[in-house]
Design a protein around this ligand. Structure first.
Ligand code: AKB
Length: 294
């Protein structure tokens, strides 16, 4: 497929990753070849006027197929999801969006013969029984959150569609993503972004996990590079499909706070762990991404 033939649909384009991935894809493949979609009506300024936009709820398969046909889509980046913290507050919604939404994407791709689909997973597939340090690619997947359950099921569903329908599906297990364009929403790793905003605006931050919490994180440019690299790699060499571990960095909250304090000396953090502490404690501290690098 040459660049000119690629017609991309991005779901969840107004979200934290979608709002930076979409402009990058538009730059690479031409704005008219990248359709941004989201359930939101108010889209971030970065997507405004930079290319086509349609409102889309991924749980509606009829509308999804209409859009794919209308824009002659052959490639999907399926970025919409309910994340871990919101998923614990609204487990039924998380199941519906993450499972039915992903199933709709895969079914539409099968029926309409799409060429390539990116379906992200997350470090949330891991649970308390998983080794915490340099978590291997192949390991115990027994998450305790609804988000994690939907992501494990999503990975297995993708494998099923690769094996039974020969679809080209790729994806990786995103760690917490650190960025500034669009705020993350509803995740457990959100503190690692919120702390910067709070430091600048209020010179203080109340953190919802304790100071020793350490989770895998990645800076947005690296996240975008990993996403594109996985999408452009030779599929015939893949030993995994939608579940590649990818790693950036890991740090304790107190270490991040100390680093910010070097720039804003009056900055202070207090800690009031809530239900998200338990989620954070069930996830790895770092992951091994040798399979993705290979
Ligand atoms: C979350 O915290 O739920 C997400 C994720 C790690 O997938 N950022």
């Amino acid at each position: 497929m040459t660049a000119a033939q690629i017609k991309i649909l991005v779901t969840g384009a107004a979200g934290q990753i979608g709002s930076e991935l979409t402009p990058l894809l538009r730059k690479k493949f031409g704005p008219e070849n990248v359709l941004a979609t989201d359930i939101k009506t108010d889209i971030p300024p970065v997507l405004n006027d930079s290319g086509p936009y349609e409102k889309l709820d991924v749980t509606n398969p009829t509308r999804l197929k209409e859009i794919i046909k209308k824009y002659q889509i052959n490639t999907i980046y399926h970025m919409s999801a309910i994340l871990s913290a919101t998923g614990e507050k609204k487990p039924q919604l998380a199941w519906n969006v993450n499972i039915s939404g992903t199933h709709n994407i895969l079914e539409a791709s099968r029926e309409l013969n799409l060429k390539k689909i990116f379906v992200p997973s997350s470090i949330a597939v891991f649970g308390p029984e998983t080794p915490k340090e340099l978590t291997p690619q192949e390991t115990v997947l027994k998450p305790k959150t609804m988000y994690g359950v939907t992501k494990v099921a999503g990975e297995l569903l993708c494998d099923y569609y690769v094996q039974h329908y020969r679809l080209d599906i790729r994806g990786c297990r995103y760690p917490g993503i650190i960025s500034y364009e669009t705020l993350p929403g509803g995740g457990t790793t959100d503190y690692a972004v919120a702390i910067f905003y709070a430091a600048i605006k209020y010179k203080k931050y109340t953190c919802f996990v304790n100071k020793n919490t350490m989770l895998p994180m990645m800076y947005m440019p690296d996240c975008l590079k990993a996403t594109i690299d996985i999408m452009e790699a030779d599929f015939s060499r893949f030993e995994h499909h939608s579940n590649f571990n990818i790693a950036g960095m890991s740090f304790k909250v107190e270490d991040l706070a100390a680093e910010i304090k070097k720039h804003i000396p009056e900055f202070t953090v207090d800690y009031k762990p809530d239900y998200r502490q338990e989620i954070a404690d069930s996830w790895p501290k770092s992951v091994n991404d040798a399979a993705a690098r290979k």
